[in-house]
Design a protein around this ligand. Structure first.
Ligand SMILES: [Fe+2]
Length: 133
């Protein structure tokens, strides 16, 4: 399980709230895997995290466009790469490959923590300059 910690905060409450929610869904996925969830259950929680991520990425990208953030293209590419990966994992689960669960969880943990702590932090000054709190 990943526990929310100040080191994950980007200092913008609207973004932190979304990230807390994403970590919460990730914890559901970790719990499901540890309790030997079947392929269908894993697919459902993977879908939940990608659906919420889609909504959250849209929020971030809308601010980036509105605030003329210079790192927009690179950031958007990271979001898209995340989708490409999760769709591929989803397809593997449809084929009934439950052995992939560990790999999926490790990928989601790595991606989320790295993205929040490195990539998202880069837009914070720009967002704050534009009045976001
Ligand atoms: Fe992001």
């Amino acid at each position: 399980m990943i526990e929310w910690d100040d080191k994950y905060s980007v200092g913008l409450s609207i973004i932190d709230d979304d990230h807390k929610k994403l970590i919460g869904i990730l914890n559901k996925a970790i719990y499901a895997k540890e309790h030997n969830a079947n392929s269908k259950e894993l697919r459902e929680v993977l879908k939940e995290i990608t659906d919420y991520a889609l909504k959250h990425f849209k929020t971030e990208e809308t601010y980036m466009i509105d605030f003329n953030y210079t790192g927009y293209q690179d950031h958007r590419k990271e979001h898209r790469d995340f989708f490409t990966e999760t769709i591929a994992y989803h397809d593997k689960l449809i084929e009934g490959d439950c052995q992939i669960a560990n790999e999926i969880i490790e990928y989601l943990k790595w991606w989320l923590v790295n993205h929040i702590r490195v990539t998202d932090k880069k837009y914070v000054d720009c967002f704050k300059r534009n009045g976001l709190k």
